[in-house]
Write a protein that binds this ligand. Structure first.
Ligand code: ZN
Length: 342
């Protein structure tokens, strides 16, 4: 799938190590306790100090890796700022710990900060019940719905705390880092107001999870917005990014390897969703729930973590096609939503 991309550095840094990847930018990698087992983070030279972009999931070994980097890489200069691309736990996870460790401010977008704060509070039985209802509506049985609700309610495991305050960045914000200007480009669909950071002078995009080279970013309907259409937002964001970015930049993604070929990858991602939509339309000749779509969309056995992502992703395609007028929704007597072509 990535034949049109090129990867300038084939070997990622081990946890606790750093690799210079672009002018003033170091690549770090931390472990994740999932099938997707790593995240890339970035350390930027910033005058008499450093800016960190994304934080890692809250694991003791990730704190240890950070401490090793602080001891070996920072040459005695402080971390002055922590930028977080979006609220997901592998990105926001250690933000509060880092902010306290360095007495440094968190910079992020308004919706990402609000989402992180909301998810960290979202631990009551009422929201667990809403998540079970969401899974039931999508066609999971009672046991699977309970597993889904518990897993989705687990935000605080990866994000024990979210800073009490933040500095807002938004679409078009200009941030000076180490004498270079970085511009914020907002993407939607994967997260509500995901910040990508583009430095024209260095020819580099810190893409977060908005554009990934080997996997398709998760685009999921969320339990707190059960009728949402995130795929429409994501596809619109891909168009916007393609128009804003020159073709020859180096893309620094949060997972897999840095790559060249941003336009090709954007086109592949759009084509991927187009093909999945075709599969969904073919399956919907008879009324089909999101749960019944999983074997159509994902031709591998899914673990429980992946079922959560997959269910939201199946719904995203169904809602998108409903918005396009390609399928219609009906509810059966058990309250399960099924979609069919007209
Ligand atoms: Zn993410």
């Amino acid at each position: 799938m990535d034949g049109s991309l090129s990867f300038p550095v084939a070997t990622p840094p081990a946890p606790g190590e750093t690799v210079p990847i672009a002018p003033g930018v170091y690549w770090l990698r931390m472990r994740l306790p999932f099938a997707l087992n790593h995240i890339n983070l970035w350390l930027l030279e910033d005058g008499p100090g450093w800016t960190i972009v994304d934080c890692g999931y809250a694991l003791d070994e990730t704190r240890d890796s950070w401490e090793r980097i602080f001891a070996e890489r920072l040459v005695g200069q402080p971390v002055q700022r922590i930028i977080v691309t979006h609220y997901h736990p592998d990105h926001m996870g250690l933000a509060a710990w880092l902010a306290e460790r360095w007495n440094a401010p968190l910079w992020t977008t308004e919706k990402e900060w609000l989402h992180a704060r909301m998810m960290a509070q979202d631990v009551g039985e009422a929201s667990a019940a809403a998540r079970r209802d969401f899974a039931h509506r999508a066609g999971l049985d009672a046991e699977a719905s309970t597993v889904f609700a518990e897993r989705q309610g687990n935000y605080r495991r990866g994000v024990p705390a979210v800073p009490e305050s933040y500095r807002r960045i938004g679409d078009g914000s200009k941030i000076e880092i180490g004498g270079r200007e970085w511009r914020v480009i907002i993407g939607e669909g994967h997260a509500p107001e995901h910040a990508c950071l583009y430095c024209a002078e260095a020819g580099v995009l810190i893409a977060g999870d908005q554009i990934l080279p080997r996997i398709s970013p998760n685009i999921s309907v969320q339990t707190y917005e059960p009728d949402g259409d995130p795929l429409a937002r994501y596809l619109a964001s891909l168009k916007k990014l393609r128009a804003a970015l020159p073709p020859d930049i180096l893309v620094l993604p949060s997972h897999n390897l840095p790559f060249y070929g941003v336009h090709e990858r954007i086109d592949e991602l759009a084509a991927h969703h187009g093909a999945r939509c075709d599969d969904v339309i073919a399956a919907c000749i008879r009324p089909t729930s999101a749960a019944e779509l999983l074997p159509v969309l994902f031709r591998r056995v899914l673990d429980r973590h992946q079922v959560g992502f997959a269910l939201g992703e199946a719904l995203a395609h169904l809602h998108y096609l409903e918005g396009q007028g390609a399928v219609e929704r009906d509810m059966d007597q058990d309250g399960v939503h099924r979609f069919a072509t007209m």
